[in-house]
Ligand binder design. Structure first.
Ligand code: FSX
Ligand code: SF4
Ligand code: F3S
Length: 379
């Protein structure tokens, strides 16, 4: 049950905090960038639905977005490609999402801040001290650990990524692992994992909210910030600590090609007639039936497109160890064993787990693909 009064008092408390950019504000910046109030409210309405909140919450979501510059954020980069930051920041025109992100108090973000070297290191220490217990820590990238800890050192004192992320976690009010690398280790942790890269949750004992995807969509990143602005407590999480509002359904559940899967119409090889007709990509390796994320509903780059719309199957990028477990990417998973969360059918939720069930279901999905194709061929 969502408590209306609790959100109102949370927002009132945030409003009393000093704006982190005294010379501007999110409403002013939106206006300057040419967004009307109507555009903004439309966006807030969409975000409200996105966060699975009732439409009556739209004004509060709008208010929370306007107060995003009251929430100090420290963003650390570990071993990764920066694709997660790029997912959010790299658009040719500013969008409401990217603009709000610009105005979030990014007290420390190595890619976008001007400071470097000694100054950067000092800024980080100061931000941790100044906002003790209040800042949101976002970490991108896997973290080399144990006897490989020194494979990642940052800054003039050559602190290790492990030390930095551990220290920053200690005093954070909420901790988000942004991207699959930080959530589950990602490509660095793929076999043979030469740098012993580990997820953020192995570095701290505190709860880490995982926001996986390689990269996650900009909406999933901003949605989590809004969620923290609206509710002081952490969102409901699945067994892999992913927020259920974003990772509760499988790609396959809402896929635009699902009708073709059910009808047994499959792309057999890239470039064939089926591909031209937008048939299901299961036989050319789509891992959508085993992957929990909201790409099929929200897409990327302001709803422009997403992997399956572009013609390639989902590679399972928001699942643990997908580099090792979901490959080969252009072949069906069939009866391979894998340990993603699994449910049964479109109404399944991602906190049900059972290796037996998922292996059986994996077989059932593969069997459907075979039987449905046979039926299709008989027609
Ligand atoms: Fe990893 Fe994000 Fe993939 Fe890259 O950092 S999730 S490699 S998109 O940039 O961490
Ligand atoms: Fe979509 Fe992939 Fe499922 Fe086919 S197998 S319907 S392409 S998610
Ligand atoms: Fe990743 Fe699959 Fe979405 S590959 S981006 S989870 S469609």
């Amino acid at each position: 049950m969502v408590d209306y009064n609790q959100i109102e008092s949370r927002l009132a408390a945030l409003e009393k905090l000093p704006s982190l950019n005294p010379n501007s504000s999110i409403p002013k910046a939106l206006e300057k960038a040419g967004f009307s109030r109507r555009d903004f409210m439309k966006w807030a309405g969409a975000m409200t639905a996105f966060l699975a909140l009732p439409a009556t919450f739209t004004p509060m979501v709008a208010k929370a977005a306007e107060l995003a510059d009251r929430l100090p954020v420290i963003w650390l980069h570990m071993a990764e490609c920066t694709g997660c930051s790029e997912s959010l920041l790299r658009s040719d025109t500013p969008t409401i999402d990217s603009l709000i992100f610009d105005y979030i108090s990014l007290e420390y973000h190595e890619t976008v801040m001007a400071a470097a070297g000694w100054q950067a290191e000092e800024n980080l220490e100061n931000a941790i001290e100044k906002y003790k217990g209040q800042y949101v820590l976002m970490v991108e990238g896997g973290i080399p650990c144990g006897d490989k800890e020194h494979y990642l050192t940052i800054g003039p004192h050559a602190k290790t990524g492990y030390e930095l992320s551990k220290e920053a976690s200690e005093n954070a009010y909420a901790i988000l692992a942004i991207g699959t690398c930080s959530s589950f280790g990602g490509i660095q942790a793929a076999r043979p994992n030469p740098s012993n890269a580990q997820p953020l949750s192995k570095v701290t004992n505190k709860t880490v909210i995982n926001v996986p995807g390689c990269p996650p969509s900009e909406k999933n990143i901003v949605g989590n910030v809004l969620q923290l602005l609206l509710f002081k407590e952490l969102p409901a999480l699945d067994v892999y600590n992913r927020p259920k509002w974003a990772y509760g359904l499988r790609i396959h559940d809402l896929c635009e090609r699902r009708g073709h899967f059910d009808a047994g119409e499959f792309v057999q090889s890239f470039g064939d007639e089926g591909a031209k007709n937008g048939y299901c990509l299961y036989k050319v390796g789509c891992k959508g039936p085993y992957t929990f994320n909201n790409c099929s509903r929200e897409r990327f780059n302001q709803h422009t497109s997403w992997p399956i719309q572009a013609g390639h199957g989902c590679i399972g990028c928001s699942e643990p160890n997908f580099w090792d477990k979901m490959g080969p990417f252009e072949e069906p998973l069939a009866s391979h064993k894998f340990d993603t969360v699994f449910g049964l059918g479109a109404d399944s939720v991602s906190d049900k787990i059972g290796i037996g069930v998922l292996t059986l279901t994996g077989v059932a999905i593969a069997a459907h693909a075979v039987i449905a194709s046979m039926k299709k061929n008989e027609e």
